[in-house]
Design a binder for this molecule. Structure first.
Ligand code: C5P
Length: 403
């Protein structure tokens, strides 16, 4: 996609998230985007074509044999003028059909016969999403150049909680606004840290922070969609691992060791993790009992992982984050210079930590680049696009040897 979307085919498959697509279409139309809705017969069980027609202001198509298209070939004609096809909600079954090139209804045939990008917003129960068959399909779709946006995690219509819900309509609109050549980071090896660390005090207690890991996981997912070979090193989070090599760690020292073991040959290192700066000097082997009114912990500094990477003889291109509670830009500028990173993403803790949305200012040699506030997925796209523009044409570092 090289220009903002002006004409979209929105395909709907059978899922309760279809109600969100009604709002999505309303938001898209409000932005002046022409939306042609195509529904599978299962989708029409959840929401009526009449509703989608009223919201899109255009005819809705459900039938491969629809005679309203002049040449009688809606499966060809509908996508020819479109900038993209967005399938939202995309059910597990529909994704499986896409993988196999099935074409037994209008929407699947349209997707197979398209000459424009295909974007899918999965929506399903968490067990269905996590099932190896679905995950195989996700990997295949990504290989086939299909862009996945979402899914999100949280409460599901079935009453369970987990990964699989369709992204909120505004987050989908945000993600669509970002023009994203799907191969922008093709061939790049990218190492990402995400989430918090936990520093053990005794066998049952630890020191941690409120990082959810959502920003780091959004960057990992988006980098995968842009064609990168991603390795994610994650502290403990409630998020499902994206489809890449993922190394789970707990403490800052473990994260440091994992990064140093993986950094050789990486083109890019993005340090998103909220790493604990201090850890207890000693981890008590027995649970500390309460006796006195006060208890003092003796803390020692943890290694600074990002600084360790930037001081390698041949570091990869490094991106740092600065989460501040005040004086954001002052601290961020200083941090960029201290840690010697070409690109730093600064955000306020109050606007970033834990939530789905954030507000980021990118800082590089050229100065400050404030990004519009929005979903972490949208910000991940913008950050990676900005970063891609800063990478030397071939950045493959051949011998970054940890000290
Ligand atoms: O110094 P501060 O913790 O604010 O720096 C934040 C940046 O440094 C983030 O990119 C974070 O991932 C990274 N960092 C690190 N190792 C530490 C502390 C921070 O990699 N011990």
């Amino acid at each position: 996609m090289t220009r903002p979307i002006q004409h979209l085919v929105v395909g709907m498959t059978g899922g309760i998230a279809a109600y969100k697509t009604a709002e999505l279409v309303r938001l898209l139309v409000k932005q002046g985007i022409r939306v042609d809705v195509v529904m599978t017969s299962a989708a029409t069980r959840f929401i009526t074509p009449l509703t989608m027609q009223a919201l899109s202001g255009r005819p809705v198509y459900t039938d491969l044999w629809d005679e309203r298209i002049a040449n009688g070939m809606p499966h060809i004609e509908l996508s020819r003028q479109a900038d993209a096809i967005l399938v939202a909600p995309a059910s597990a079954d529909f994704m499986a059909k896409l993988v196999h090139g099935a074409a037994d209804d209008l929407l699947s045939t349209l997707c197979l016969a398209r000459d424009c990008p295909l974007i899918v917003a999965p929506a399903m129960n968490r067990q269905m999403w996590e099932h190896p068959a679905t995950q195989r399909n996700v990997a295949q779709l990504q290989k086939d150049g299909v862009r996945l946006i979402g899914p999100d995690s949280g409460e599901q219509a079935c009453g369970e909680t987990g990964l699989g819900r369709m992204l909120e309509p505004q987050s989908i609109v945000d993600a669509l606004q970002v023009t994203c050549p799907s191969n922008l980071l093709a061939g790049k090896r990218i190492l990402i840290t995400a989430g918090p660390t936990i520093e053990a005090i005794d066998p049952v207690r630890g020191i941690t922070n409120f990082s959810s890991g959502k920003m780091g996981y959004a960057i990992a997912q988006t980098a995968i969609e842009m064609g990168a070979d991603v390795t994610l090193i994650s502290g403990p989070t409630a998020l499902a691992a994206p489809h890449c090599t993922t190394i789970q760690v707990t403490s800052a020292q473990q994260m440091h060791d994992a990064v140093m073991a993986e950094v050789i040959g990486q083109d890019v290192f993005i340090a998103v993790a909220a790493v604990a700066d201090y850890r207890p000097r000693e981890v008590q082997s027995q649970k500390i009992k309460k006796h006195a009114d006060t208890l003092q912990l003796d803390l020692v500094r943890n290694p600074d992982i990002l600084a360790a990477v930037t001081s390698l003889p041949r570091p990869p291109f490094c991106v740092g984050f600065a989460a501040e509670s005040g004086h954001l830009l002052d601290h961020a500028h200083k941090k960029r210079l201290q840690k010697n990173v070409p690109l730093l993403a600064a955000n306020l803790v109050s606007e970033a930590m834990g939530g789905d949305d954030s507000r980021i200012v990118l800082i590089d040699d050229q100065g400050e680049h404030p990004l519009p506030p929005g979903s972490k997925t949208m910000l991940a796209h913008m950050l990676l696009q900005h970063m891609a523009g800063m990478l030397p044409p071939s950045t493959t570092s051949d011998a970054s040897t940890p000290e």
